[in-house]
Design a protein around this ligand. Structure first.
Ligand code: NAD
Length: 258
């Protein structure tokens, strides 16, 4: 493999890495020389994702993990160290969404799982991984926020609350862990063609009807591919962004400035 690989020798943990944006990032990281730990819940999807990520010659393992559980997050770190000896990169990516729900319509369970998966999950993985990164001399954490971590949205109250938390947690972590040479940034995607977005479009009136409606919410008038988002994550993971920390990088076809 060429020496021009941008993540050569790095070890990356990716939560929710078995589908959508997480899987696209896993493939790109592996292609750029990283060893990848996929942390997600579904074993069958995990085996399939590992096969896809390693197809081009990269290294990857799957660890079963519910990011809302501290013991699972600790286990991901343990297995990562056992297999690869260190952790340089963490992509906190797991997410869920409940559509068409204001705070009155949102159940306590939906609220708790939204905050649990996206905000607590980001906290827990970072809580366990940061000391290990610090021991290794530093690292880069990328949190997957959303345009809804920057602006409000209709019928996505719990999601907005969780993603707003993720965006500002990113800034707090960037300040706290800069002395340990750990950079912390988040990406704020608009609509990206993944299982999560397809579920949203189904719930809003059906795929064929809603795809152009969702596309038209973005000045670029289209939905992003997971690979386009992965390119932004790669930039934040690589040394090319060595002086970038605490940033919320919109990857949204201009959606949040409209
Ligand atoms: P996706 O459904 O393909 O991926 C979400 C992943 O999170 C899945 O692999 C799922 O299994 C995992 N997950 C959910 N609950 C989990 C838990 N408790 N523990 C561990 N893993 C869990 O959808 P995606 O669009 O690729 O979503 C990835 C991230 O991108 C999410 O945080 C989402 O909010 C964010 N995002 C997506 C869009 C979009 O339009 N698709 C836009 C902005 C932000």
């Amino acid at each position: 493999m060429a020496d021009t690989m941008r993540l050569k020798g790095k070890v990356a943990i990716i939560t929710g890495g078995t589908s959508g944006i997480g899987l696209a990032v896993a493939k790109l990281f592996a292609k750029e020389g990283a060893k990848v730990v996929l942390a997600a819940r579904n074993e069958a999807a995990g085996a399939q994702a590992v096969a896809e990520v390693t197809q081009g010659g990269g290294e990857a393992i799957f660890v079963s993990c519910d990011v809302t559980k501290a013991s699972d997050c600790q286990e991901v770190l343990r297995v990562a160290i056992e297999h690869f000896g260190k952790v340089d990169l963490l992509f906190n990516n797991s997410g869920i969404i409940f559509r068409n729900k204001d705070v009155v319509e949102t159940s306590e369970e939906e609220w708790a799982s939204s905050i649990g998966v996206m905000l607590t999950g980001t906290f827990l993985m970072s809580h366990f991984v940061i000391p290990e990164m610090a021991r290794g001399g530093g690292g880069s954490i990328i949190n997957n926020s959303s345009i809804y971590g920057l602006i409000g949205g209709k019928g996505v109250a719990a999601y907005c609350a969780a993603k707003g938390g993720v965006t500002n947690l990113t800034r707090a972590m960037a300040i706290d862990h800069a002395p340990q040479n750990i950079r912390v940034n988040c990406i704020c995607p608009g609509s990206v063609e993944t299982p999560l977005l397809r579920q949203e479009m189904e719930e809003c009136g059906g795929l064929e009807k809603m795809r152009p409606v969702f596309a038209a919410q973005h000045p670029l008038n289209r939905i992003a591919s997971p690979e386009e988002v992965a390119n932004a994550v790669l930039f934040l993971a690589s040394d090319e962004s060595s002086y970038v920390t605490g940033v919320a990088l919109s990857v949204d076809g201009g959606r949040a400035i409209w």
